[in-house]
Design a protein around this ligand. Structure first.
Ligand SMILES: [Zn+2]
Length: 161
């Protein structure tokens, strides 16, 4: 690890390399590595590369989880519901035409937007140095199963009245 202590030997938080949030978001939304903007973040659809193929920045620290689908639903919902209401108010088409228009549009928009949303969220985590994206952070503490809580021990949880 690079020594980031100043002349007094004190660690200086502000000496860490800058990670601009907006620029990182744009790179992630373009499905590129947030660090270099060149390497592909996704070798396959929604499959995040362990490390950037161009600069080697580790990307496996991300914890996107279910946030990308959540934000994709918000975005696609606002687009499609607005269009449904506008078309209904203007033309009053039959219901079968609504279904024929909006169901495919919803699926297509979702599949198109989801990777960019996931890329932007991972880039945001990288820019904010979350979830192991901070090279100076200690290892993340993962809660593990504690056998003392099950077997007889002074630390055993007792819920009996
Ligand atoms: Zn890179």
């Amino acid at each position: 690890m690079q020594d980031r202590t100043g002349p007094s030997g004190v660690y200086r938080f502000e000496d860490r390399p800058a990670r601009p949030i907006f620029g990182s978001l744009l790179r992630g939304a373009a499905l590129k590595c947030p660090a270099c903007g060149t390497g592909a973040m996704f070798p396959r659809y929604l499959k995040v590369a362990d490390a950037c193929p161009h600069c080697g920045e580790e990307l496996h620290h991300h914890r996107a989880d279910d946030a990308p689908p959540y934000f994709t639903i918000v975005i696609v919902g606002h687009i499609v519901v607005s269009l449904v209401l506008a078309v209904e108010m203007a033309y009053r088409p039959p219901l079968w035409l609504h279904a024929a228009l909006w169901l495919p549009l919803t699926v297509i928009l979702t599949l198109l937007i989801l990777p960019s949303v996931k890329g932007a969220l991972i880039a945001l985590q990288w820019a904010l140095r979350m979830h192991g994206f901070d090279p100076d952070a200690k290892e993340e503490i993962v809660p593990s199963f504690d056998a003392d809580l099950v077997q007889d021990s002074p630390r055993r949880l007792d819920f009996r009245p």
